[in-house]
Design a protein around this ligand. Sequence first.
Ligand code: PEP
Ligand code: MN
Length: 302
Amino acid sequence: MREDWLKRFADSPGTLKSAQCQQTVVPVLDMEIGGGKFVTMAGPCSVETEPQLMATAHHVRQAGARILRGGAFKPRSSPYAFQGLGLEGLKMLARARRETGLAIVTEVMSEDDVPMVAEYADILQIGSRNMENIALLEAAARSGRPLLLKRGLVASIADWLRSAQVVLNYGNPNVILCERGIRTFETATRNTFDVSSIALLKQISHLPVIADPSHAAGVRELVPALACVAVAAGADGVIVEVHPDPENAWSDGDQSLDFAGFDEMMAVMSPYIALRAIALSGMKHRAPLHEAENLQLVGAAQ
Ligand code: PEP
Ligand code: MN
């Protein structure tokens, strides 16, 4: 690894690749995140109603997602916006897991809620606004559940890795990093998707990296393209917002895909995922693919 990277990230040595650890593999139910297989997490921004959640869970499952997302505790930018169903939402998520076999990722916002959320979730999401909430990181780490650590809205990669190091220091090795876009001068997209963070993290860190194109883009039209870019940059998976009726979603409708949109995203991502699998299986040093092989590959992935 470059000397200057070692210096720049010297505060978070436990997150960096080393002779002891080249890749952390996070076990979640019968899956492994970071183990080479690409994982898709999908579901609504907020858990709203049982029919909304169940329809989404069944749809994303049959389209290839393995993990259901959905917020029961919502950190909203506006104090007047829907704040989430709380425990009632967690129970709906548990029912969706029972019915579909999908694992559950859901946000926890306060250290007081960690035991309750950890009872229902397979992965605890630490939201952007809480990336540096050390009391929450400690409580979540101690729950023993894997954590999805979202990048703070204005956090540098070094800040982000410092927060991951806090979790590791509390004895929890199962940290999954999530790039969800950062604030820049650009306002045409909700956030600026920092794809270079994914490429850089795959060079320096052994922690799995997941991309969230939904919160990066802020509009559904851009989500499939950003998801493909994330795969090409080396992400271990994506997390995307999907809703049966985005126009009437209680939160983040503009960036939520409807079911057909989700299917389309899965289809456009699939050749990228197939190429990624080839690269990971050690064929990345071979000669470039012939055009015919390329076509075969795309056909096979569909
Ligand atoms: C979310 O996942 O719905 C969310 C609020 O994400 P973030 O913390 O990245 O804004
Ligand atoms: Mn959201």
